[in-house]
Design a protein around this ligand. Structure first.
Ligand code: CP3
Length: 348
């Protein structure tokens, strides 16, 4: 029954005639109905912690476009907050957090299993969605991967080069490792609770994986992902895991095998034909239309969408963007992308 869902079939390794489709940040500011609900909630974090309104914004792009998956509306930075960091969002700029730079800061954090009180409303959102989504729509839960979450906890904000996190990693390795370990524990707890509430798939976002080089990539991107997946497979066998080691470049090769992931999401910079040859050989891939096409539209969007479908058609594929849709995107271009994937003219 459950396996009839297209996303679950692709994640199980099936090559489908037409790839199922969803979109990173599909509930977001490019949609007027999202902006209206966020205004009703007051601000972004209040929206994340209001189960009814978070479920509502998760459902909006499903109603409007009929995507094959819904992704829980929340944020990767709720984990730092649940561990005890201060978190707020500056409109037009992004997240701000209290920083972890020394042992005292780390010692003040809560244990990894103490996150559930704050995050209870998120699990409520998942339960509502599991009830209300159309029967063909797959519900995806998510968390940030430890490295990406650590970059925000150390710097207190988004950074172009993750400099503060690299500096702590080099300057106080034991503290950095302890912080990574704490995030890893919390992530396993958080994903497990989402699955218990009804998530059918989980995704790990390692948005800054590309800034880890050499051995660091192995130790701080690949290994934590592998350990989290191994534990998830023990606790929740049969729940597929999607990984997104963004900007990993050649390290995309073998990443799903090495980590035990069921699918690897390709970022904007990956050539789809290269991925067909080097990544899709190991199983399902997700991606990877450049997010900028959602702003520019037109024939280039149609051509590029068709090309990605074509070159990835010989193996399991879930169509998606290479990163999140941006607030300046035109909702009509999203419809054009979906129509292009589904009308199948690219098969001809
Ligand atoms: O994809 C979805 O629709 C599900 C919800 C979701 C959000 N953030 C909602 C959100 C998911 C999966 C995320 C993941 C996330 N959050 C990541 C990893 C993926 C990526 O984009 O690389 C990261 C790094 C974050 C941290 C974060 N949250 C930043 C840096 C920002 C500010 C930048 C921005 O886009 O404004 C956010 C805010 C955020 N998270 C918004 C949304 C819809 C916009 C906030 C708003 O409505 O004002």
């Amino acid at each position: 029954m459950a396996k009839e869902k297209l996303i679950l079939r692709a994640l199980a390794g099936e090559t489908l005639d037409t790839p199922p489709i969803w979109m990173m940040r599909q509930a977001g500011r490019y949609l007027p109905e999202y902006r209206a609900t966020r205004a009703e909630a007051g601000d972004f974090l209040s929206l994340c912690y209001n189960s009814d309104l978070a479920a509502e914004v998760t459902l909006q792009p499903i109603r409007r476009y009929g995507f094959d998956a819904a992704i829980l509306f929340a944020d990767i930075l709720l984990i730092p907050q649940a561990l005890g960091a201060d978190l707020w969002f500056v409109t037009g700029e992004g997240p701000r957090l209290s920083t972890i730079t020394d042992q005292a800061g780390f010692d003040a954090l809560k244990p990894g299993d103490a996150i559930h009180d704050l995050l209870a409303p998120v699990y409520g959102t998942v339960r509502t969605l599991a009830r209300e989504l159309p029967k063909e729509t797959t519900l995806i839960g998510f968390a940030g991967a430890p490295w990406t979450v650590a970059t925000y906890m150390i710097a207190g904000r988004g950074t172009p080069d993750q400099g503060p996190a690299h500096a702590l990693k080099a300057g106080n390795r034991p503290l950095f490792r302890a912080l990574m370990g704490r995030i890893e524990e919390a992530t396993i707890e958080y994903l497990s609770a989402q699955i218990e509430a009804g998530a059918e798939v989980v995704k790990l976002f390692d948005s800054w994986a590309g800034s880890l080089k050499g051995e660091d990539f192995q130790e701080f991107a690949l290994e934590p992902t592998r350990r989290i997946i191994a534990e998830m497979k023990v606790r929740h066998p049969g729940i597929p895991v999607i990984v997104f080691p963004r900007e990993a470049g050649e390290k995309y090769i073998g990443f799903s095998k090495a980590t035990g992931a069921d699918c690897v999401a390709l970022d904007n910079s990956v050539d789809a034909a290269w991925a067909a040859e080097h990544v899709q050989v190991d199983g399902c891939v997700q991606g990877n239309l450049k997010s900028s096409h959602m702003v520019t539209g037109g024939q280039a969007l149609v051509d590029e969408t068709g090309e990605i479908c074509r070159v990835l058609s010989k193996g399991p594929h879930i169509f998606n963007l290479g990163h999140g849709i941006t607030p300046d995107a035109d909702p009509e271009n999203v419809q054009l992308m979906i129509d292009t994937v589904r009308n199948g003219a690219w098969k001809g």
